[in-house]
Design a protein around this ligand. Structure first.
Ligand code: DGY
Length: 333
């Protein structure tokens, strides 16, 4: 336990497990948000003014104007693997470390990617809505016939840890051919383990029966899938996005779904979420979930605890576990 006299102050910006806040309180003066109040940017900046660290949730934009208001800040620890809320250049220049929470959510998120693929290809939610609406009066041989998953070709865009975990499920469990596109090809041993082969993006889009997006969001991955890419996909294909909103042009996708230029989509993330493009809410051939790919109690706890490890590691022992910008970090007194 850190002595009370010298305890740094920490802000937890959203509600979190009681044991997470408790563990932080053994080392820090903690200001928490147990009611999950929707603090806006100004409020977060105000509350961060005297804080040395923040447990963040991938939602708070940490950039130069905010950092200028928070002279005591030394670390922002996201409990998410994604960190597109961080302007890392601005943080590095200001001497503020950013950390994320990789690895602990990989298998859980891959499970969900597969769940969304299965639900989309086999029209699970669309047929459930039909049944709940009392429309099921008799069986018919082609009622809600969907696309095969086993034995089909899966194209994965973004072959990091989660992409690889999805590839293993597809190849080893479902006998799928797996093709992938990534900034650079994987080494031969990892490709063999995933039974996956590298393709250019356009070739992948033409070849795949199902396309799964797992690429991190950045300026270069913005609208990885837009109208031109959707036009390359098979009319029978499905598109699954568990990456980030903004990786897909949602307006172009809604139009392609409405015009049946692709068969279906499964989306866990949205441009400008929690808002959802209104056209996506009215097309039937899309499965929509509210950014829950890593949402199991065990995994969310592990993600939060890794963020806690980063805060304690950096502020108490001088070394974070999963730093993003340790190199070249300006020194903050
Ligand atoms: C992540 O960890 O980045 C997931 O998208 C959960 O927000």
């Amino acid at each position: 336990m850190t002595s009370t006299a010298a305890r740094p102050r920490i802000l937890i910006t959203r509600a979190i497990f009681a044991e997470v806040a408790h563990r932080l309180s053994e080392h820090f003066e903690v200001e928490s948000n147990p009611d999950d109040a929707d603090w806006g940017r100004e409020e977060i900046a105000r509350r961060l003014r005297d804080k040395a660290g923040a447990l963040t949730f991938g939602l708070e934009r940490i950039d130069a104007p905010l950092l200028a208001q928070c002279p005591a800040l030394k670390i922002c620890a996201n409990m998410t693997v994604g960190y597109n809320n961080f302007d890392l250049d601005a943080m590095t220049a200001a001497g503020v470390l950013g950390t994320n929470a990789p690895d602990v959510l990989t298998e859980t998120t891959a499970d969900f990617g597969f769940a969304l693929l299965m639900a989309t290809a086999r029209r699970v939610t669309e047929s459930e809505h039909y049944l709940r609406a009392g429309k099921w009066t008799r069986w018919n041989y082609q009622m809600f016939s969907g696309a095969e998953v086993h034995g089909s070709t899966l194209g994965i865009i973004g072959m990091g840890r989660i992409g690889q975990a999805i590839a293993r499920r597809a190849a080893w469990g479902f006998g799928m051919q797996v093709v992938y596109h990534n900034r650079s090809p994987l080494d031969a041993a990892t490709e063999a383990d995933c039974r996956a082969s590298y393709l250019g993006k356009h070739e992948l889009l033409k070849a795949a029966d199902h396309v799964m997006l797992v690429v991190p969001y950045s300026a270069s991955s913005h609208h990885t899938i837009g109208a031109a890419e959707l036009a390359l996909m098979k009319p029978s294909a499905t598109l699954i996005n568990i990456a980030r909103g903004g990786v897909v042009d949602d307006a172009a996708l809604a139009l392609a779904l409405r015009e049946k230029r692709i068969a279906a989509a499964g989306l866990d993330v949205f441009e400008g979420e929690p808002r959802v493009h209104p056209d996506l809410l009215t097309v039937p051939n899309v499965v929509l979930t509210p950014h829950i790919a890593s949402a199991t109690a065990g995994t969310r706890r592990a993600m939060a605890m890794l963020a806690v490890d980063n805060l304690i590691g950096y502020l108490v022992h001088g070394k974070a576990v999963t730093p993003l910008n340790a190199t070249g970090l300006a020194v903050r007194s």
